[in-house]
Write a protein that binds this ligand. Sequence first.
Ligand SMILES: [Zn+2]
Length: 414
Amino acid sequence: MLVREAKLKGLPKQYQALDEAIRTGQFIRNKCLRLWMDTRDCTRAKMQALCKSLAIEFPFAKQLNSMARQAHADRAWQAVKRFYQNCREGIKPVGYPKFKKHSRSVEYKTSGWKLSHDGYALTFTDGFKAGTFSLYCNGEAREDILRSKINRVRVVRRADGYYAQFCLALERKEPGTYTGNVVGIDLGLKFFIKDQNDNAVVYPQYLRREELRLKRLQRRLSRQHQKGKKQSSNYHKTRRQLGKQHLTVHRQRKDWAIKQARALVSSNDVVAYEDLKVRNLVKNHHLAKSISDAAWSQFTDFLDYYGRVWDKAVVAVNPAFTSQDCHNCGHRAKKSLSTRTHKCPSCGIELCRDTNAASNILKRGMEILGMEWTNSTQGHWETGGKPQTTEETPTSADEGKPEPVSGVDESVTA
Ligand SMILES: [Zn+2]
């Protein structure tokens, strides 16, 4: 599945119709959830049946396309299913399904909308009569939307407008260039990532700056907030600014994470990273800000993604003791978070703590893949168990070098 997005341009009245569709979708999801809470042995089929009776009972529910109604019953079912699964697997928090108050999206399946033949307009044909919107996106996305089967259309409301997401029956596969390099990366606070050869990537200043602006706006908003009264127009102005700033930060951070992940996977055949449960780490209050900021999970998600696209091995390894063990002799030396260097009492090796961890991570990653890695080289395979052909070309040698060395690095787009 591939998701392509386009901005919807229409009249204010049309946006209002979309808002109503979103609210109705939320209503149906919440009703289905209520059904699950109130009755024993509620099934997906029962939720689907409820959709039908809701459409008879409430005229506004009937306005939403029937398959869209089902899609929203499915959303409730997904929440229930995830809850059961988390309970079974002992994942905390279990995520007890909640009622939605501020839904931002409505989902259509294969009916209730119509795409123009040139892909420049989208018409909603259900009871809300939202009408025809112009579609704004780049040519590549439009081509994808036109050439493939569309499974779902999702309308998303954001701080700067309305967007249509098209879920396409496509899989992105591209031939990757194999370089013969392997890399293990340590995710840290001082450096965003550091690999076994001591190459570091730092979280860029411009992102920090935008985050600071976020903080400032949040402060202003809480100052302007009047308890128990109608909020001032200035309050709402700040509220809108804050929403837009969140969007800016989100987009810039994602863009940066994609570039880093792309550069790393394109210049290596094997990428090993530590499987940090970010959800657990964020609970630790001191680290919270930096960890969620640094957008690790987003970064590692894109590592996985590019691994799939280019058919490369991206492995997550168990992070236990990676920074304590000596990568050279395996001696385990306890150290606190503030100790920045790794000094081995057993073999006497001395190096940066993160670099040592990266070596350990790479070693574990290679073990998972059933390959051996000796740290004497720049990280080349020693055994014959290469999964892909690795031809050394002059260009790949360049690419294989430490990519993002430090700071703002926009040049490495690969
Ligand atoms: Zn040692």
